[in-house]
Design a protein around this ligand. Sequence first.
Ligand code: 5GP
Ligand code: MN
Length: 329
Amino acid sequence: MTTTPQTNATLEQIAHIILEHDSFAICGHVSPDGDCLGSQLALWHALRSLGKQATCLLVRDEPIARSLGFMPGIDQMIPASAYAGEPEVFVGVDVPSRERIGEDACAVLDGCSTSITLDHHAYDMAMCQHVYVDPDSASASMIIWELVKTLCDEPPVESALCAYTGIVTDTGGFRFQNSDESAFIVAGELVGFGVDPAFVATNVFQSRTLASVKLEAVMLDRIQLNTEHRYAISYIVEKDYEETGASKSDAEPLIDALRSICDLRVACMLREQDGVVRGSLRAKDETDVASLARELGGGGHKAAAGLTLHMTIEEAIELMHAKIAGLLG
Ligand code: 5GP
Ligand code: MN
């Protein structure tokens, strides 16, 4: 376990700070994934079991992926824009920067006297006062679980379920490069706390809408495969959502179909969304796609990164071909 230079507190110190306070806003990143929501909710259940006041904030008023709707407490999360509380402590989980929490959550952060970051994204700045970032941790929810065990004599089973979901989603069901010994050890421990792995897997991996699968068919038809550099790009445009009846979150699993192609080193999914293009990058070998994402204003992990491109989809496709071929060349 190696923490980043921005780390200035241990989990024990952060637990002490939490125990000294009563009210909390727990925030993740825009377009929250299973690790983000799982981290927020795992901490939320723990704080509530300690009698604390806590609210989980959504950066935007956007629907949550239905595959994650089973997590207990998810229906009580509220958009930062609708939040009128004045908590003492802001806790940012699975998120390194102000850009990733947006204006409304930044206002909440700025109104708090104490702020804490618990994350696994390496980032060159610190958004909060008290920082714990371990980029070697497969998921942020593993860090949260450690903290929950420090905070609670009897960690709630709901925290265990949400933390387990974070591990499963961020490791792609223990298939990605970050699926290390600790991920398995912590997952095993969580199963010991009563989590049912089949229940989580059924929800996370086998609860797609038909529209999402139809959207995937559209995406598969557009794959641009570069066999020389071994990467693939595909894309979705706004009208595809209308034609298939898919929602924005229905597009999330598509990158997994793209990356499943044999012999690929990098998969890139581009999605037209509200006048910009969102991109997802995945590396299947040691290629560092986060460096490419950062160069273009995004970020993430070595093997899984994302970015927003302010250009047309055609320009974005051309740019990504040039950048990925350059990276792999
Ligand atoms: P996804 O492709 O699933 O949206 O994101 C993959 C990873 O990259 C996640 O860890 C996510 O937090 C991170 N990520 C995605 N988009 C951005 C972005 O625009 N900026 C930064 N800093 N990280 C991103
Ligand atoms: Mn994460």
